[in-house]
Ligand binder design. Structure first.
Ligand code: WTA
Length: 621
């Protein structure tokens, strides 16, 4: 592994000095990329919420910290000042304590996007408890897996969550998840939809009832630099989801600074990141990044197209938003409704546009720039991952010359490189290869919760001495990076990572399925969709019924986000003589790129391919 240069060390320690610490560190960084035992700021003590809230109170007590825009445009929006957010967090923290939550305990959040969600997450951090947020689009079974893995003691949820014209019955889903278990001691229900729900005596409590009269004072509990801040689950190329563990100090140091570097936030700007707190982007840039910098952050409960496709632009004008940070999938979805809609909005306050989660195709980039940014707002195409905690490669707004499709250059302190298939670092500037990171940075996840071996295997064993991202990239003469997509079996659907293995496992649970293989399908809005090849047990069934049931099975096991877009029932799958499914061949079939399938003569069953191609043609027509 490459050690930090002295400039890097100076950079990170000077940066860390800009934060509030209860106790400064003894050692800046230790450990290596072989054992994957990186530690930052050892010996230090701090509390991230003191940095997000308390330290701003003197100057920004009256400043808006959080603006909340509800799903229904007719419902009034609301806001909390830094003073109010501070008190709300303290109060929620005291409530957690009164329910027996202490430093190190894990609390799970399964909520819709309302202020209590952010307040609750910060309340955990306030007392050194560990938050694990599960996106509301995951099924009760997925939730259960994450609860068991993280050993959470408590769940915070809503009665129901509004998203567009849907109402997700979160509390019913929690009930289903917990049925027949005593996994969880306390379920805290925040009222949102006021729908009828069941409350289990001695386990379920209304937030509104418990919070009454709770003390508004709660000093930030000092935690050690390497104490856990949160666990966040993400799909991998194999097996069950991985709980990436992030620690307090390192996460804070890079997330806070990267927010400033990338977005160039100025004191009265209004920052809107559209990501749900269920994802890393919502952790780092809806919540912690803006608050660490005393910024005003906007939280929106709904979806881009509700009640219609002008909602985003209306929100921008209503709240005088200066920074919009969203995903290519949302941009493409809105683009479909035509230019006239955004063109009828001036959006004069906008200064910076951001993109995250998947490669942004040039066409969407140009549309975003012209029709949303009116050709005067730089686009920051930010590349990073759940594992990296914060943005790694991105333009710095107004400072870096942007180029459509390029995440451009690494942020200060970050050292990416490209490796070839043989594991050799590519020294030529102009090249394509597998994207790795050479030296440690503070906000790197420290482990996969409960499975450090898997952490080493996944990220540090392909290229010993490097952190391997799982992404491919190209580098140009100007040093600019362009991300070309995953090189492993992970599919990026609407910017959400879905492991093919996980979906296949779910499909295979259907009693009539023998085997399945899932590959990415180029999709005009979602970037990629899921295409499932399925071998069914009998040929006598009606395929339409079977397809419907398979979708339902996936919905139940993982959640709606993993439902296959297309299912092709096949007689067999192309396999090597050792029995490995040839995904490369499947991808070519799905992409209708059959000329480039390559040599298949060494396959066990080459004849199956022609058949699959013909059957797909029939399906397509
Ligand atoms: C992809 C989201 C191209 C990439 C922050 C990465 C991107 C995965 C970009 C992480 C980008 C993210 N350009 N691809 N600007 N940003 N990705 O963990 O494949 O949900 O590995 O983190 O999304 O997804 P995750």
């Amino acid at each position: 592994m490459n050690k930090l240069t002295s400039e890097q060390s100076t950079y990170w320690s000077e940066l860390a000095n800009t934060y509030v610490w209860k106790k400064k560190w003894d050692t800046l960084v230790s450990g290596d990329f072989y054992k994957a035992d990186i530690k930052w700021f050892e010996g230090a003590e701090l509390n991230i919420t003191e940095n997000c809230l308390d330290r701003h109170l003197e100057k920004r007590r009256q400043k808006k910290a959080l603006i909340f825009e509800p799903n229904d445009p007719k419902e009034p929006s609301s806001f909390l000042t830094y003073g109010e957010l501070h008190l709300s967090v303290c109060r929620f923290a005291n409530l957690l304590k009164s329910r027996g939550i202490n430093k190190g305990d894990v609390v799970c959040f399964y909520m819709g996007m309302t202020p209590e969600f952010m307040i609750g997450v910060l309340a955990c951090a306030r007392i050194g408890a560990v938050h694990t947020v599960v996106f509301g689009g995951f099924s009760p079974l997925s939730l259960r897996g994450r609860l068991e893995d993280s050993k959470a003691k408590m769940i915070v949820t809503h009665d129901g969550a509004y998203r567009g014209d849907k109402n997700t019955p979160l509390k019913d889903m929690v009930d289903e998840c917990l049925e027949g278990t005593d996994l969880i001691k306390t379920v805290l229900v925040v009222k949102r939809t006021n729908q009828e729900i069941k409350m289990k005596e001695g386990r379920d409590y209304y937030y509104e009832a418990l919070i009454k009269g709770v003390d508004l004072h709660c000093a930030p509990v000092p935690v050690k630099a390497e104490d856990p801040l949160f666990i966040l689950y993400t799909s991998g190329s194999t097996g069950k989801p991985k709980g990436l563990l992030h620690t307090a100090a390192g996460y804070m140091v890079h997330v806070g600074k990267s927010f400033m570097d990338v977005f160039q936030y100025k004191e009265n700007d209004i920052f809107w990141c559209t990501a749900d707190i269920g994802w890393i982007t919502g952790h780092s840039y809806t919540t912690y990044g803006p608050l660490l910098n005393g910024a005003t952050t906007v939280m929106y409960e709904g979806i881009p197209t509700y009640p219609n496709a002008s909602r985003f632009w209306e929100i921008i004008e209503k709240h005088k938003i200066t920074h919009l940070y969203t995903a290519p999938t949302a941009i493409r979805a809105l683009e479909k409704f035509g230019n006239e809609i955004p063109d009828s909005f001036q959006m004069t306050t906008l200064k910076v546009l951001g993109s995250v989660g998947e490669p942004i195709n040039e066409e969407a980039w140009q549309w975003y720039s012209k029709h949303v940014g009116k050709d005067r707002c730089p686009i920051v195409d930010t590349w990073w991952q759940t594992e990296t905690g914060g943005i790694m490669i991105s333009p710095q707004a107004g400072l870096t010359k942007t180029k459509p499709g390029y995440a451009t250059l690494p942020l200060p302190g970050i050292v990416p490189c490209l490796l070839d298939e043989k594991g050799k670092e590519i020294t030529d500037m102009v090249a394509g290869g597998n994207l790795c990171i050479k030296t440690p940075w503070p906000s790197l996840a420290r482990t996969i919760y409960g499975d450090h071996e898997r952490f080493i295997q996944t990220y540090f064993s392909t290229y010993p001495g490097y952190y391997f991202t799982g992404d491919g990239a190209r580098r140009e003469a100007d040093g600019y990076y362009r991300l070309t997509g995953r090189v492993d079996d992970v599919i990026n659907v609407s910017g959400h990572r879905i492991g093919t293995a996980e979906v296949e496992e779910a499909i295979n649970q259907h009693p009539d399925v023998v085997e399945s293989a899932v590959v990415g399908l180029p999709h005009p809005v979602k970037g990629q969709g899921l295409y499932a090849f399925v071998i069914a047990r009998t040929n006598t069934r009606n395929n339409n019924d079977l397809e419907k049931e398979i979708r339902e099975t996936v919905n139940k096991i993982i959640g709606p986000i993993a439902k296959p877009d297309l299912i092709q029932i096949v007689e067999g799958l192309p396999k090597t003589r050792s029995g490995k499914i040839m995904r490369r061949v499947l991808r070519k079939i799905v992409e209708n790129d059959v000329e480039n399938i390559g040599d298949t003569s060494t396959l066990l069953n080459p004849e199956i391919i022609e058949k699959m191609i013909q059957e797909k043609k029939t399906l397509d027509s």
